[in-house]
Design a protein around this ligand. Structure first.
Ligand code: FE2
Ligand code: FE2
Length: 269
């Protein structure tokens, strides 16, 4: 099982750049090119939120065109830059198999692993939350997973990263999610976006991670007084791979161009 994770595409329409600097449409195109070049191909791609820059239908049309180049299942959940109605109207069931009439949450079987996507969007806020209705849905989804390994995807991380201005807009009620994750006991990964950097930690007895953005990154600033800045350091994606022995490993693949590969045997002195 090979699950690719891209996140925080912040796609604008062609006439516009994100924050006047970032060509986020071109950045998503490069990410999709990299996904198409992967061998073996991923079995599925999860997009963990902030697909659009402003949550406009025209932006989701651009997203749908790019993601539509992939022939594997692509599953998306919203982030704080998204808006549910245009997200659902344009991306719809092709990219988000949500049954719920309001929340964009789904459970998807992927070669013996259950991929659960959560909707942490809180309209009007950059922070995220899981209200009682969404938590109750998750409880039912975990019960239906019946002990199989689960990968839980949500936009807002339930843990602090040390980047203070991002930690202030994380998941507001991580303790409610922690209770369910610990109660189930077989959540193998909690995979997030939102922070635009690759970050890992042990949380609720499992490995929780954040994937880098396909576009701009948030500056690595661990000084709590640091201003909120973005950089154009190399973007990337995460690959979650189930190995033959059963282990689940997470790789970071930067997106860009560099020399190589070189065969060690050929270049050994
Ligand atoms: Fe983002
Ligand atoms: Fe976000």
């Amino acid at each position: 099982m090979l699950l690719a994770q891209i996140t925080d595409c912040h796609v604008t329409t062609a006439d516009r750049k994100a924050y006047r600097i970032v060509d986020t449409g071109a950045a998503l195109r490069r990410a999709v090119d990299a996904l198409l070049a992967l061998r073996p191909s991923p079995d599925a791609v999860i997009v963990t939120g902030d697909l659009a820059y402003d949550g406009r239908a025209e932006e989701y049309e651009v997203v749908a065109r790019e993601l539509g180049r992939l022939s594997v299942p692509v599953l998306a959940i919203p982030g704080n830059h998204d808006a549910r109605e245009p997200f659902r109207a344009v991306l719809g069931r092709r990219f988000c198999p949500a049954e719920d009439p309001v929340f964009l949450q789904f459970s998807y079987e992927l070669g013996g692993t259950v991929l659960i996507g959560l909707d942490t969007l809180l309209p009007g806020s950059d922070a995220g939350t899981l209200c009682p209705a969404r938590l109750a849905w998750l409880e039912r989804a975990l019960a239906a997973a019946r002990g199989r390994p689960v990968i839980l995807a949500l936009h807002h991380p339930p843990f602090a990263t040390g980047i203070a201005h991002m930690d202030r807009i994380a998941l507001t009620n991580a303790e409610d999610l922690e209770r369910l994750v610990r109660g189930y006991g077989r959540v193998e990964r909690v995979i997030c976006g939102h922070v635009h950097r690759s970050v890992q930690t042990l949380w609720a007895g499992t490995l929780a991670s954040i994937a880098p953005s396909t576009a701009h990154q948030v500056e690595l600033a661990l000084d709590p007084r640091a201003p909120s800045c973005f950089t154009l350091e190399p973007p990337g994606l995460h690959l979650h791979a189930r190995l033959e022995g059963g282990g689940l490993v997470t790789h970071l693949l930067p997106l860009g161009e560099w020399p190589g590969p070189y065969r060690f045997a050929e270049y050994a002195a």
